[in-house]
Design a binder for this molecule. Structure first.
Ligand code: KG4
Ligand code: ZN
Length: 356
């Protein structure tokens, strides 16, 4: 089965073509960074308008990359939620209408299920069951995965998501949007141990997270280190480059260690020895290295998608949609998108119907 995937939940237009026999045939991502950069964050209305402009040309490019035409499609998958509703509606209307015109089935995919199944797109993919650490701009969750749609939430963030914390800390340091990758780049030049950042919620049992305290700690350190500089008669508080890099490194180290402590606990608690990391923060090099070292040290295995499939992309939507279409799920013609959608509300698929 050949399925076109459309991802438009936030600030990336992701289009991909997945074949249940041959794997990922083609995928392209158009990032809206330049559109939102001057505002310091995603402007929902501008995101929707840019998806409208980019989606169809991108579909043409993906079909051309694969050497196929729209008539070769057996189904269409689009992101139904969670995300920005206006942005979601662009992909949903386009995907649903295209499927109607082509007389093929369409399916609305859960964005986080897409992230969670993204490691399946790699040659070395995990077998069920596994523990998934989902770390994106909107979610930080630990999920026990027994199969497609068989999800048990083990823990989640009580406040900011890990990616959101990265972005907010970066903003405090005047780093350009999107903050996470910028902060992590700056952290490479810093001393992670100079400032003793807390490890929130690790001194009590449980698998929930909290990242808002790290934000407050970051602000305090910035204020402590900032020096008054006078220029043309105006005094400004300025952070020296090394102080900024040390704060960035300390912050990143604290997030990575906190996530690592909780992942270790999840593996010990469930006895499931396979861990996958997915979502935008999963592209973070320090996090990938630290979790690999820790889980392999415990005799377990770690899987993650290549960095470009950690952040938002159409391939993960095409893959997840294919699994559901193969199980004969098929959305009706009335299009519905949802800003919030608990992962645990999804229907469970039979183990036999999953393609790898
Ligand atoms: O999954 P994603 O692309 O979009 C959402 O579904 O939210 O995740 C985006 C988040 C942003 O907060 C971004 O700053 C963060 O992932 N991110 C990173 C890195 N790359 C992306 N955070 C830390 N280090 C990175 N290398
Ligand atoms: Zn995402």
């Amino acid at each position: 089965m050949r399925v076109l995937g459309l991802e438009t939940s936030c600030d990336e237009t992701g289009i991909a073509l997945y074949d249940s026999e041959q794997g990922l045939l083609a995928h392209r991502i158009y990032s809206q960074i330049a559109v939102h950069a001057e505002y310091g964050g995603v402007v929902p209305e501008l995101a929707s308008r840019d998806h409208v402009r980019k989606a169809i040309p991108l579909i043409r490019e993906v079909m051309a990359d694969a050497g196929l035409t729209l008539q070769d499609l057996d189904g269409i998958a689009y992101t139904r939620g969670p995300g920005l509703v206006g942005a979601l509606l662009v992909g949903a209307c386009l995907g649903r209408s295209l499927a109607w015109a082509l007389e093929v089935p369409a399916i609305g995919v859960h964005h986080m299920e897409g992230h969670l199944l993204a490691p399946m797109l790699e040659d070395e993919s995990p077998k069920f069951p596994f523990i998934a650490l989902l770390v994106s701009g909107g979610h930080t969750q630990l999920v026990q995965v027994e199969g497609v749609g068989r999800y048990t939430l083990l823990g989640e963030s009580l406040d900011d998501a890990a990616g959101e914390a990265f972005d907010k800390a970066a903003k405090m340091m005047d780093l350009p949007y999107p903050g996470g990758p910028q902060l992590s780049q700056l952290a490479e030049q810093g001393d992670a141990l100079r400032f003793k950042f807390p490890r929130p919620m690790t001194d009590r049992p449980g698998l929930d997270f909290s990242f808002s305290g790290l934000k407050t700690f970051t602000r305090t350190k910035i204020l402590e280190c900032a020096q008054n500089v006078e220029l043309d008669g105006v005094t400004n508080a300025v952070l020296a480059h090394q102080d900024k890099a040390d704060i960035a490194a300390g912050f990143q180290h604290a997030v990575v260690e906190t996530l690592a402590i909780k992942c270790k606990r999840a593996v010990e608690q469930t006895g499931v020895q396979r861990l996958i990391i997915a979502g935008g923060v999963g592209a973070n090099k320090k996090l990938r290295a630290r979790l690999r070292e820790m889980i392999e040290g415990m005799g377990g295995q770690v899987f993650y998608p290549r960095p470009e499939l950690c952040t938002d992309n159409g391939a993960m939507i095409a893959y997840a949609g294919t699994q559901r279409l193969l199980a004969f799920e098929n959305d009706d013609l009335a299009i519905s998108c949802v800003p919030r959608w608990p992962l645990t509300d999804l229907s469970a698929l039979d183990a036999g119907s999953v393609s790898t």
